[in-house]
Every structure is written in C-alpha cells, then in structure tokens.
Design a protein around this ligand. Structure first.
Ligand code: SF4
Ligand code: SF4
Length: 372
C-alpha cells in the first residue's frame, strides 16, 4: 500500500530487510559516498559501503575496559554497538591537506584541496549523533567555522539505528545522549524480525523512501524503537556518570591526589583521544619536496602527546598526571565553559580501547567524588 511520507516520528513504516540495498542505493543516488559499519581486521569499522553485503551481518561485539572482541551474534545487520572508528574520521579526517603549492615559472601557485564528496552515514547511533552535534558546536558554531569540516558536513544524510543493546563500557543514558535516537536524523531504523521499523526525521529522509517498498507497521513492531531503547538502558544499569555538579567537583579536585594514581597506570599512548568521537585537537605540518612543491597538512594530535603543549622552553604539561587531568577535566568540566556542553557523549570507546583498561567513569568519580 503506498504510504504518505510524513516527518512526524510518531508515524512509522516498515522496510523489509531485502530492501536495505535499495535504501543504500537511494542514499548514494546523487553521488554521495555511503559510509557505514563493516567488519574488518577483527573490528566493526566505519567505511564506504557498496551494498548491504558489506554490513556486519551476524556479528556482535563484546566490550570491557581494555578489551574488545567480535563474536557471532543474533544475525542482524546492526547487532553490534560502537567500534574503534567514529564518524569523526569522515567529517574531520585524521589527515587533511589544507592547501598545496606548486612552483611555476612566475613563482608558485597555491591550490586548495579538491572539494570532498558529499556523504551519507548509515548506522549512526544516538551517541554518534550527539558527537556530531558536539563537533558542530566546536567547528561551526563557536567562532570562525572550519571550512573543511563545513564542506563535509554540508548536506550530510544521516540514517541512524536505534541501539537494542548496550556495550559493557557504554554510559550514554547517564549523559542524556542515548540510547534512544531522538534528534538530528533523517531516518532512524530499528531492526526487527524481517526488516526495520523506520522513523522519519526530515523531508530528506522521507524522500529516500519514496521508491522503496515500505508498508505500514503492524502489531508490536510499532513500539520497537521504545522497546529497543528500554533494553539498551537496562543493559547500562549500574554504569553511570551522573553529571549533576560534576564540573564543579572536578574543578575543585585539580590539586587532588588522584591524578598521580591514574598516571601510574596511563601509558600516554593517546588511544583514548584518537577513538573519541568528539576530540578535535590537531597539529599542522608543512611538507616540501625536492622540486620545491609543498603542502600544508593538518593531522590529528592529542593532549596526551608531550609536544602538544610545548611552548618556548618546554611543555606546559610535562607529567602524565597533568596530561590525564587536562583530558578528563576538559571533557567533563571546562568544555562546558568553552562550548556550553559536555565534551563526552558516553560512548565508552576511550575505556574499551585503553590498553591499560583505564575507565573514564571510574576515574571521573574517583577524582571528583561521587557527589550528593
Ligand atoms: S570521552 Fe570516552 S566515553 Fe566520552 S565521548 Fe570520548 S570516547 Fe566516548
Ligand atoms: S588513558 Fe589509556 S588510552 Fe588514554 S593515554 Fe592513558 S593509557 Fe592511553
């Protein structure tokens, strides 16, 4: 039966599983590159999708501090949570050429980088959408816009997926960023028997469904998004980072003894900042070849690197304790002063991918105290 496409998320439709390929085609129809989850090198990565065959059908992921393993799961396309990648690497690439200069008979010519392909993301979770909103605040809304981020972000299509389970390091419920997808999506899918319940967030999302064989949702499937969120919330019971008063307590604890304790375990490897979907620090290099051509390149950097705070005479944060304190208190406290929001969306990546198994929730509560 043809459906009238509404953008009221309370109006839902059903997309059969075998039409997922048609959705991916529709997402890429105007030349967009479709990015989504795919199994590679023992992890679920976020890379270009050619079709539904690239999705991690049947894979699920097990998380613990310092531990991540894939295993065969329930059989769906989205039965996992979040891997080491985030969509950050497509909007804010690890290596971005800012410009290139070439020698010419008259001197040199400066060329900007080519315009990037437009993007469509499939499988973004609530925390991923929250992280994109954080990066929007930082890179678009809090001062001069970053033109490279802006050109990737422009016209981005977002097809989200509702989490039906949480990883053991997730704590988005306490950060008020998930698990339910409620904003910032064009479509939101909930995986059910035989297909997906689809919530439509924008006219662009409704347009994606125009030629797809969607039908009305029947029976219990209509409440699948709420049921999935309830299951994922229950999975996070007992793992929470209450944010009430956290900023103030952390700032009161800047000279406390805890930072030396955590520094005795921290390797300073920077993994936590590289996997974090909101960390945005970079450094810039000029690279010149023997012919005299040159490029200016921006690469991800980290506040855990000693050189990152180097100013004349030495680094400002010379100890690991100072660098860990900088990272944690920026994420959870001073980010509020700078950008009016938390820098943490509770995805748990920094904990899963810390080789020392350092858990941001435990460390924040230990440093700040549990509060009232
Ligand atoms: S600080 Fe950790 S939990 Fe928070 S958003 Fe970054 S990676 Fe996720
Ligand atoms: S907290 Fe963990 S991931 Fe981050 S720098 Fe220290 S050892 Fe590496």
């Amino acid at each position: 039966m043809p459906l009238r496409m509404s953008t009221d998320p309370s109006e839902r439709c059903f997309l059969p599983a075998d039409a997922l390929g048609a959705l991916i085609v529709a997402m890429g129809a105007d030349g967009r590159q479709v990015i989504g989850p795919t199994p590679r090198d023992g992890a679920i990565m976020l890379d270009a999708l050619e079709g539904p065959q690239d999705l991690p059908w049947g894979w699920t992921d097990d998380h613990a501090p310092g531990r991540y393993r894939l295993s065969r799961g329930a059989g769906g396309a989205f039965s996992h949570t979040v891997g080491p990648d985030s969509f950050k690497k497509h909007l804010w690439p690890a290596r971005q050429r800012l410009f290139q200069s070439r020698r010419t008979p008259e001197g040199f010519a400066v060329e900007p980088p080519p315009k990037p392909r437009r993007l469509a993301f499939l499988g973004a979770r609530a925390c991923d959408l929250a992280a994109i909103r954080v990066q929007d605040r930082v890179l678009l809304d809090s001062g001069p816009q970053d033109p490279h981020y802006a050109s990737r972000r422009e016209g981005l299509l977002l097809v989200a997926v509702q989490c039906g389970q949480a990883g053991a390091t997730c704590f988005c419920a306490s950060m008020d960023t998930g698990p339910r997808v409620t904003q910032g999506y064009d479509l939101a899918l909930t995986e059910v028997e035989g297909g997906f319940v689809v919530e439509i967030g924008t006219p662009a999302g409704a347009a994606l469904l125009r030629d797809l064989p969607v039908r009305e949702v029947d029976g219990d499937a209509a409440s699948a998004p709420e049921a999935a969120a309830a299951r994922a919330t229950a999975d996070m019971a007992g793992r929470a980072l209450p944010t009430e008063g956290l900023r103030e307590r952390l700032l009161d604890a800047l000279e406390g003894p805890h930072w030396d304790k955590v520094a005795s375990r921290c390797l300073g490897c920077a993994n936590c900042t590289l996997v974090c979907p909101t960390c945005f620090c970079t450094t810039v290099h000029d690279v010149t070849d023997l012919a005299g051509d040159a490029e200016r390149v921006r690469t991800w950097d980290s506040c855990f690197n000693l050189e990152f705070s180097y100013v004349h005479g030495g680094p400002v944060r010379a100890t690991l304790a100072a660098r860990y304190r900088q990272w944690l208190t920026h994420k959870l406290a001073t980010w509020w002063d700078q950008f009016g929001a938390s820098g943490c969306v509770g995805c748990g990546r920094c904990t899963t991918w810390c080789p020392a198994g350092i858990d941001i929730v435990e460390e924040a509560l230990a440093a700040a105290g549990p509060g009232e």
